[in-house]
Design a protein around this ligand. Sequence first.
Ligand code: ZN
Length: 454
Amino acid sequence: MPEDRLPADRLPAERDATNREPTVNREPAVDPEPEEQLPVFDALDNSLEVSPPHVYADNLIEWALQKGASDIFFSDEPEGVTIRVRRLGRLKSVSRLNRSYGHRVQNHLRVSAEIDPTAGIHTPAEGRSQIELSDGTVVDLRLSSMPTLFGQDLAVRIFDTSEPLRKLDELGMEDRAEHLRELLARPHGLLLVAGPTGHGKTSTLYSCIDYLADGTLKIHTLEDPVERVLPGVLQSQVDVETGCDFHDLLKACLRNSPDVVMVGEIRDHRTAETAIRAGLGGQLVLATVHAHTAAEAVRTMLAYGANRHFLADALIGVVAQRLIRTLCLECRVPLASDGPIPVPERVAEKLGGTQPQLYRAEGCSACSHDGFARQTAICEVLETDHRFAAAIDAGESAEQLEMLAIDAGMTPLVDMALLKAVRGETTANEIRRVTVSSEVNRLAEYARRAAATS
Ligand SMILES: [Zn+2]
């Protein structure tokens, strides 16, 4: 394993001096969890000069993949080129290269992604490349460069398709997966998946498509970019350079008579209108939209100028989701009791008789000394009914729509978050990171006090 080749006490002096604690994305001061502790990457056995940049880049990408990272960033900073990785949605510094060597690594990556060499680093640019790992697996990379104050920020997104596609039951949605299957059984209509960027919306859509792809339906996905190949499914990609956006693709694809269409993202009026029209016209349309809750997704569609009467008729449901990190079961530490855990009655009932127990992250070799092992989804699934459709048509607010949905049986996302925390699957602080709720704040405050006395 590359990270084991060079223990910290044998790091060259220059590198040693730069192995500071990450200065970005720290947990808040009240966080009872330990510092992020991803091991520092150093695949160079000796000096920087003897390893060609492409060897360093290849080793780094392979190491990051082994650690489960989704992105690597090479950022010009006053002290050199800082390398950070994003793992389980969190950023960590892993290395810093001196300026000249760092630029050679960045240049190698730009060339490999066929980024126009005349563009220079002062112009935003993007490209794609592939890397062959030591076991022969080929991994797709998407690179984008952005000019910054000290040079460029070069982002490398890793598309690891060696991991099998997750089934609907493997997303962490628990009993909500059944609701989702019921929505997918509808012959037509619009189903939205909402959530912030980086919270697994596309993965959920892929799992939906995988569930539907039994060979009897013509399924077409419109993506930006295509992240993985789905067997038996037609896939098209947005190409801004040729002026082919989501709306153009959707309009063209509808002429080819699909049964199911996946729209990577609704982000403008034309796409919103066409998706709604397709949902009314006999297709099952699955699409993501930027919104924090299921009710807000409706308001987002209206903000794009969608006709609320047609939206009310077309919309069959909304999934709103977040990704949270789950604790490593090898090393999580139970928090001592500091009085009754403040868990709402409706959530306590779902524990099925077991006592609530909070844990904190620790870190061990099984979880890359991170304390967290993987990511899982928490979600709410809104299924529209006549009353909800009438409320959309009447232009009700997101708050009113949410109350109506809960009244009709929707369990809000925050309840699933609380449940996962008091079952010890994640920390109270982790769910506070992705939800806004006084109940979650109370639980996180309790965990902070309990950790201080543990
Ligand atoms: Zn662990």
